[in-house]
Design a binder for this molecule. Structure first.
Ligand SMILES: O=C(O)[C@@H](CO)OP(=O)(O)O
Length: 234
């Protein structure tokens, strides 16, 4: 049985300011880094370790992954987490040219497939002011419905079309072979994967809210099926 730990990044500076963020690359707040540290301790205290880590390309998810993987040493079992950048980037050479033993490393794979949903024309706007302008109900539909897109942005369904194929092709492959996996990502990219894992309907996913910095732990069997789910929220 493998463990899948899903973690929404800690509070960002725009979460704190109640602004739509989407693909804007805003870092964690002081509280967000503390939340990531607490998440690391919860993962350690639950006796969990990590063999492979996936994050989005956005700094708030990467910061969270790095804090989790380095704050409580037990999680990395004496191994070194190393970020695995894309090999086809013409401006970036050398990161994978070194002497090392792969058994002593934990690869961290950043991927755009796990980025937050693109919030289009809402990016940067204050959420409360936007609700006053367009109505609470309309803004709730933009934020939480499955198929409605915010103006110029992605619906959850669009996000799912990139997150779930990546999850199935890349992440489940590790889980099926027995690796324990950490995904540090975003409210909506994780909602789309949880919708898939928990077999939620479009109506059910509207009510799914993920808190920042709270680990969600799945047991996954060798066929890639969910056996149990636990939320480490206390
Ligand atoms: O602003 C965002 O990018 C997201 C997550 O913080 O917001 P929402 O909760 O509206 O999906």
């Amino acid at each position: 049985m493998s463990k899948l730990i899903m973690l929404r990044h800690g509070q960002s500076l725009w979460n704190a300011a109640n602004r739509f963020t989407g693909w804007v690359d805003v870092p964690l707040s002081e509280r967000g880094r503390a939340e990531a540290t607490i998440a690391s301790c919860k993962i350690r205290d639950a006796g969990l370790t990590v063999d492979v880590c996936f994050t989005s390309m956005l700094i708030r998810a990467m910061e969270t992954a790095i804090v989790v993987m380095t704050e409580c040493d037990e999680i990395r079992q004496g191994k070194i987490p190393i970020v695995q950048h894309a090999t086809d980037d013409p401006n970036w050479h050398g990161w994978n040219k070194y002497y090392s033993d792969p058994d002593k490393e934990i690869p961290i794979f950043p991927t755009p497939a796990l980025d937050e949903r693109y919030y289009g024309e809402l990016q940067g706007l204050n959420k409360a002011e936007t609700a006053e302008k367009y109505g609470k109900e309309q803004v709730h539909i933009w934020r939480r419905s499955f198929s409605e897109k915010p103006p110029g942005g992605e619906s959850l369904e669009d996000t799912m079309h990139r997150s779930v194929p990546f999850f199935r092709d890349r992440i489940l492959a590790h889980l099926k072979q027995g690796d324990d996996v950490l995904i540090a990502a975003h409210g909506n990219s994780l909602r789309s994967i949880i919708m898939y894992l928990d077999e939620l309907s479009p109506d059910e996913v509207v009510k799914l809210e993920l808190a920042t910095g709270v680990p969600i732990v799945y047991d996954i069997d060798a066929e890639g099926q969910v056996v149990t789910k636990q939320i480490l929220d206390s």
